[in-house]
Design a protein around this ligand. Structure first.
Ligand SMILES: C[S@@+](CC[C@H](N)C(=O)[O-])C[C@H]1O[C@@H](n2cnc3c(N)ncnc32)[C@H](O)[C@@H]1O
Length: 232
């Protein structure tokens, strides 16, 4: 495992380009009316998760939830789990807010910020039972690979935020990114592969199909899922 770095010693390259995108009237309305209920604004220090979530039950983080299909469905089917979603894309946040209201979910909170910043400065260590990142931006051009989220410094950061025995679940439909993820995670000594060394898992209903994945499926793309657990 990497050495324990102080947050301001970690240099992480931004994994996204900020784009406002077209926001529909329904998303705009959801942002205006529902953000005060489900949204978290970041203060100076660490989030007080005990105060934020009324029930002390397992907490799962999803980074880059897009339109939020996975969180909305998982939070609905597993009310005994809390979900924290981080996404920079505001239309997607609006989309998920509307779903949360429609499903009357009480076990979800959202942050509309860069996940790297949230993890480095606002999320306490060992606060997560699991973290999921489904179809992170693939940055296909070689010169952009440095922007890919799943790299060793990020894995090290995530390790600190996950509780002992907690897990991370990643999925991608870019083969070279899947291989890069597998190599980085296998090299990092703080996690082990639950499927066995070098093995991907089958998504047998463990996670909902996301919007990005649906698009890939229409193009005939394959999907690689990785699930690792923290060791201490
Ligand atoms: C390819 S999309 C996949 C979205 C969704 N998970 C899905 O499968 O449909 C990747 C998402 O990650 C978000 N993202 C990328 N880097 C991020 C970061 N550092 N913090 C928060 N969100 C990020 C992007 O805005 C985008 O919505």
């Amino acid at each position: 495992m990497l050495s324990l770095l102080k947050p301001n010693q970690i240099h992480l390259i931004p994994s996204f380009v900020r784009r406002e995108g077209r926001i529909t009237p329904a998303q705009k309305k959801a942002l205006e009316q529902l953000w005060p209920i489900y949204g978290l604004s970041l203060g100076a220090g660490y989030l007080d998760l005990t105060a934020i979530f009324s029930r002390q039950i397992p907490l799962i983080l999803e980074i880059g939830f897009g339109n939020g299909e996975s969180i909305a469905q998982q939070a609905y089917t597993t009310p005994e789990v809390n979900f924290l979603g981080i996404e920079v894309y505001r239309p997607g946040v609006g989309q998920l807010l509307a779903q949360l209201k429609a499903k009357e979910l009480k076990n979800v909170r959202l942050i509309n910020e860069d996940a790297l910043k949230v993890l480095q400065y606002h999320l306490p260590d060992q606060s997560l039972d699991g973290a999921q990142i489904f179809f992170p931006d693939p940055w296909p051009k070689k010169r952009h690979h440095k922007r890919r989220l799943i790299q060793l410094p990020f894995i090290d950061l995530l390790w600190h935020k996950i509780k002992p025995n907690g897990w991370i679940h990643l999925a991608t439909d870019w083969q070279d990114y899947a291989i890069q993820m597998m190599e980085a995670l296998s090299q990092y000594k703080g996690f082990y592969n639950i499927a066995g060394q070098g093995q991907f898992i089958q998504n047998l209903g463990q996670r909902p199909i996301t919007k990005f994945e649906h698009r890939g499926q229409r193009l005939g793309n394959l999907v690689w899922d990785l699930k690792f657990k923290r060791i201490d």
